[in-house]
Ligand binder design. Sequence first.
Ligand SMILES: Cc1ncc(COP(=O)(O)O)c(C=O)c1O
Length: 437
Amino acid sequence: MPTRRQFLSVPIALGATALLPGAFATALAQETPALPDLADWDKVRAQFVLDPEWMHFASFFLVSHPAPVRDAVDAWRRALDRNPYLTVEHNAFTEDESRWVPGHVTRAAATYLGGKPTDIALTHNTTESLALVYHGLPLKARDEVLATTHDHYSHLTSIRYAAQRTGATLRQVTLYDDAATATVDSLVERLLRGIGPRTRVVGLTWVHSSTGMRLPIREMAKALKQRHPEVLLVVDGVHGLGAADEDIASTGIDYFCAGCHKWLFAPRGTGLVWANAENWARLRPLIPDFSELDGHLAWLQGRERKGPTTAERMTPGGFQAFEHQWGMLAAFRMHQAMGRGRVAARIRSLNDRLKAQLGENPKVRIHTPRSGDLSAGVIAFEVAGMKPEEVVKHLHDKHIIASTSPYAVSYARLAPSLVNTEDEVDRAARAVATLTG
Ligand SMILES: Cc1ncc(COP(=O)(O)O)c(C=O)c1O
């Protein structure tokens, strides 16, 4: 079967290998150094060069690259700087599947997410993933996309833009009035109640960066599919991926969109979409890919492309910051080595610990559900008599990085993660306590 490469490549592709065999082998070896010992959390923390003067409780905002990812990015950058042409030819446009680095990345991603490597499109962030899916869906005038009042700007704006182009409509349902008291049943019930006769697509966010709510996505997908098998489910999964222990491919989600540059520790500017072959086939491509050979041939021959849309066809083409895309491999390997379940349990235990301490303070109101079954790594809270930005400013003054949620109703957030210790959690809780006198 002819493969994607040849694409944009000149005849050098065949002969070039002989010119630089050592360089390729060296680059690949450097790019895949043995993983360090990640057996305990101190060793994991030691992979980061975060400023020790600060306690970092906003790692979900944007990743600090851990050592295996830094090394991979550096190695690929060196290879690209030495010889951009041949490094790209040999690793992005090669005919040899075993050398095709994006294929290695999607294989590692599929090992982590479940499903097949061919189910995964590599993107640059959550925002791009959502836009690709919503613009790809064959929405028609009067079709309804049902989203929620808890979704991020990137999600709702993607839907709005797609609706403007197609004549479809956006409606939003509120899944809870108070995240802290919501239950699996109440969330499922509100979702089902929201579905209308014209609803074709449902958009949900797995972990709400507004309240820290982690939706019971498996239960919600199941209930939706039982009642409305024809409705497609799109999920913004960015704050669950790398924080929760879930086999994405078997959740019942149709399109899972996420950046990989937050909890997963992949290089900044990386993301993905997962969908199965049937759901990829529904989409209309938006950005020309540099992956499928047929795209190139169709262009040369002035014809339409053959076959259904695939993840490869939906993968945005154009030259990339290849060192970042290829460095994703190291992040998936690191997570695989730490163990998805172990990582989720660690994040849960640190978050439980912080919630327990904050909860003792009558002047602190925690909006995030107390149960780790309905939360992940983000704790949203209010301090009586203070604005969220004042809380965050005071914590910054104590060298604790907290953040505010960028939503119409904003809360202060602390997000204990693998870069934190129990001691830091206790100090953050004490710092909040000092604010309340
Ligand atoms: C829920 C949610 N979705 C999407 C985004 C945007 O993510 P990205 O920067 O990967 O596009 C964010 C930002 O943190 C977010 O909180």
